[in-house]
Design a protein around this ligand. Structure first.
Ligand code: HEC
Ligand code: HEC
Ligand code: HEC
Length: 183
């Protein structure tokens, strides 16, 4: 009897774990009715696309809203319009910079390409960052307070908990690069 009970307990626990796992997948994106932002009684509710329907097919990420937006663009999974007005110029840049070196963390590589696919130069220059290498002073505590990179990261781009996505260049890699291209 005791054995039997234990086995059924295990079955119940197993089933509970499966239900929890399924719920975790479903709850990656709250339904609009449950997100605390939309009015569930609004007649517009039926016309709005649910986040899960829109986001589930896109390349998955482990942070933020669970979509890797750079991969989503690069893979062609999404192809947003670059401008509202066809006459507006589209400006991109492909260079990237190391903006932190030999600290306690791997160095930070800032890539222009991935940013200018989403943003215009004026989103950053000249108010947020001067467009001149070495002319900016960066600080992780300012970033954590929502300044500099933190204006967007943690708000509209991947969150600051993803340290290694910015701190992506190990000291060994850095030494190799610096030998090739002194700054
Ligand atoms: C959005 C990009 C970004 C993210 C994400 C980020 N950092 Fe930074 N971090 C920077 C930049 C830019 C600097 C450069 C400031 C400087 O030169 O000291 C920096 C500097 C630092 C420094 C001082 C320099 C050093 O290497 O000792 C530390 C420590 C640090 N970050 C820790 C972290 C930790 C821990 C995380 C994750 C919890 C993190 N950072 C996430 C951009 C980022
Ligand atoms: C997301 C923010 C962001 C956007 C958008 C952006 N930049 Fe930058 N840009 C930076 C940062 C950060 C630096 C590094 C400056 C430093 O070393 O402190 C930089 C550096 C530069 C530099 C100096 C390069 C050098 O070698 O000295 C130029 C020029 C520049 N940007 C032009 C542009 C132009 C043109 C665009 C639009 C096509 C653009 N940037 C878009 C953040 C941005
Ligand atoms: C004006 C907004 C803005 C600012 C300021 C900004 N970023 Fe970003 N960043 C973005 C967006 C948007 C993306 C693309 C979406 C995403 O990856 O979440 C991005 C992506 C990135 C990526 C990922 C590239 C990839 O291939 O996945 C890195 C690395 C990065 N940012 C570093 C930085 C650093 C370092 C700073 C500060 C020097 C900074 N960003 C400042 C908006 C910004």
């Amino acid at each position: 009897m005791a054995l039997c009970k234990r086995r059924s307990l295990r079955v119940v626990l197993g089933a509970a774990a499966l239900v929890a796992a399924a719920a975790a997948t479903a709850s990656l994106w709250a339904r609009l009715q449950d997100d605390g932002v939309h009015d569930p009684r609004s007649p517009a509710m039926a016309q709005l696309q649910q986040p899960a329907e829109a986001l589930a097919p896109l390349p998955r990420d482990t942070a933020g809203n669970q979509v890797n937006w750079v991969q989503a663009l690069d893979s062609g999974a999404i192809a947003p319009r670059s401008t509202l007005l066809d006459s507006a110029p589209v400006r991109t840049r492909d260079d990237s910079f190391l903006i932190s070196r030999f600290g306690s963390m791997p160095a930070v590589r800032f890539p222009h390409r991935q940013h200018t696919l989403w943003l215009d130069c004026a989103n950053c220059h000249e108010a947020l960052f001067k467009s001149q290498r070495g002319a900016n002073r960066y600080s992780m505590s300012a970033i954590l307070e929502g300044e500099q990179c933190g204006v967007c990261h943690g708000a509209v781009a991947f969150p600051l908990t993803e340290c290694n996505r910015c701190h992506s260049v190990s000291n060994a890699q850095l030494l190799r690069e610096l030998r090739g291209q002194p700054r």
